[in-house]
Design a protein around this ligand. Structure first.
Ligand code: ADP
Length: 355
């Protein structure tokens, strides 16, 4: 291998997610193993702008895999979106001889990684978001842990609902995506799951609740995605009571499910993604995000990943597809159809078997 890369940087940016530390660990150890120095950039892109850099050794990261959050800290940095901020970031890279960067975060972080790549600092993105809202990848680092945290909380609520003959509405994170809600709804035997992706039939849910209650069911769980808004989820409590007569409580675990010990699935996906990111960066690949497709770890051009997201959300702009081949556009459409089918299938199962 031609040794173009002597030193790389790693940073975490945007909302934190359990498993980010496992990516940092994998990146650091893989790069050192491949003969490249590693520095941590503290506090995401603002750390890059403000020159907050620390060297990383294998020992520094040896024990971080079981810790949630990010030991490199995270931040949201508007200055980085300006040309002036971008130039300060590039100057920091020059000062420390940082030849490339692995940026861990969500779609905003990847936009930043593209901007840096275009300006001559090769970057590769690795997902770190509990929301799983990146269409190009089947899963994101943090998603599995967050779902399991909701599951543990939901199981506890079930116990107390059962004792007191109650219903509990749980509002879960996920921004505008309903992945956490639909998956945990199914796993928790939720009588209703309300998400942005599908119209929610309240009347049908009340009917199911009344039928279950008549058959002897004492406890009910309803999962609502935060994307529907606080008014919707909090309002649903009163509506359930009015329409079914069942005493109903409300819980918003919010950031509680953003923390915690990463699951095995998240740790190992993080490790594989981090390793792949380093391998590709040192081969001269940049401006891609590491994705999982049907179990395989693959790089996807960041521009492609951002556009397929927009396509999935129905927000394509006039010239968005310029520069993509017919084959790529067909692939994007198939990916969006796959996601929609997933929600259709999951919704059907939840409504059929949850009681
Ligand atoms: P996430 O990465 O979780 O989606 P944000 O959307 O807050 O979180 O983005 C994280 C950071 O990435 C921002 O604070 C900013 O520094 C950078 N960023 C976001 N959008 C852009 C953009 N269009 N150009 C350059 N940098 C961006």
């Amino acid at each position: 291998m031609e040794k173009k890369f002597r030193k790389i940087g790693v940073l975490t940016s945007g909302g934190d997610a359990p498993g980010m530390n496992c990516v940092i660990k994998a990146v650091t150890c893989a790069a050192i193993d491949m003969g490249v120095e590693v520095v941590g950039i503290l506090g995401g892109y603002s750390g890059l702008i403000n020159d907050r850099i620390r060297p990383l050794s294998k020992l520094d990261v040896a024990d971080i895999v079981a810790r949630g959050g990010t030991f490199l800290y995270s931040d949201r940095c508007d200055e980085f979106k300006t040309e002036e901020g971008m130039q300060k970031a590039i100057a920091t890279c020059k000062k420390h001889n940082i030849d490339g960067i692995i940026a861990i975060g969500g779609d905003g972080t990847f936009r930043g990684a593209t901007d840096l790549s275009i300006r001559g600092v090769p970057c590769i993105g690795v997902s770190g978001t509990i929301d799983n809202d990146i269409t190009a990848t089947d899963i994101t680092v943090g998603y599995d842990t967050a779902m399991n945290s909701v599951l543990a909380l939901g199981d506890r609520l079930r116990d107390t609902c059962e004792s007191h003959c109650r219903c509990n509405v749980i509002e879960v994170m996920g921004r505008h995506a309903g992945y956490i809600a639909i998956e945990t709804g199914l796993a928790l035997n939720a009588i209703g799951v309300a998400i942005n992706e599908f119209p929610f039939d309240k009347e049908a849910m009340y009917k199911r609740m009344k039928a279950s209650q008549k058959a002897g069911q004492r406890s009910f769980i309803v999962v609502v995605a935060e994307g529907l808004g606080a008014e919707f989820s909090e309002g649903l409590v009163k509506e359930i009571e009015e329409n079914t007569g069942i005493e109903t409580r409300f819980v918003r675990p919010a950031h509680i499910v953003r923390g915690g010990i990463p699951t095995l699935a998240d740790r190992n996906f993080a490790a594989r993604s981090g390793y792949k990111a380093v391998e590709l960066l040192l081969q001269g690949v940049s401006d891609v995000v590491i994705c999982s497709r049907h179990g395989e770890i693959v790089p996807v051009e960041i521009k492609y990943a951002l556009i397929v997201d927009r396509m999935y959300k129905g927000k394509l702009k006039e010239y968005d597809l310029d520069g993509f081949s017919d084959k790529q556009i067909a692939e994007m459409e198939a990916l969006c159809a796959e996601r929609r089918k997933y929600f259709t299938d999951m919704y059907k199962i939840v409504n059929s078997i949850c009681c």
